[in-house]
Design a protein around this ligand. Structure first.
Ligand code: FES
Length: 126
């Protein structure tokens, strides 16, 4: 069997209500993961694209957080309504969804526009 071509990791980490960093679970990440899985199966892509549950990806303020490998494209603030676009444009068509990509300056940083400092916004060119 050939290796998967892409892995989609969807953070489903849960924290107690009121945690300062929040969590992806509270933003309906389990439903997002299920929608990815359903669409992958429906499109006959099960052997090519693997959708996995992830623990905290440490980008909590940007949740729901998703990362796609092997290209290492990070998405933030993903909603259920965005799943089909990510699947068709990125996973099938090879074109990441620019409006949902996390800026490099938002990843693994202590401060950004979403963490109470900086001016980085969502959008390509980051
Ligand atoms: S809780 Fe999802 S990235 Fe941390």
């Amino acid at each position: 069997m050939a290796a998967f071509e892409k892995h989609v990791f969807v953070c489903t980490n849960a924290r107690a209500e009121g945690h300062p960093r929040g969590c992806c679970s509270a933003k309906d990440s389990a439903a997002i993961r299920e929608k990815f899985k359903e669409l992958v199966e429906h499109r006959g892509l099960k052997g090519k694209i693997r959708v996995n549950t992830a623990g905290c990806l440490d980008q909590c303020e940007h949740g729901v957080t998703i990362v796609v490998y092997p290209e290492g494209v990070w998405y933030g603030f993903v909603k259920s309504a965005d799943v089909e676009e990510i699947l068709e444009s990125h996973l099938v068509g090879g074109v990441p969804v620019a409006r949902l990509r996390l800026a490099d300056a938002c990843i693994n940083t202590e401060r950004c526009a979403h963490k109470g400092g900086g001016t980085v916004q969502l959008g390509l060119g980051r």
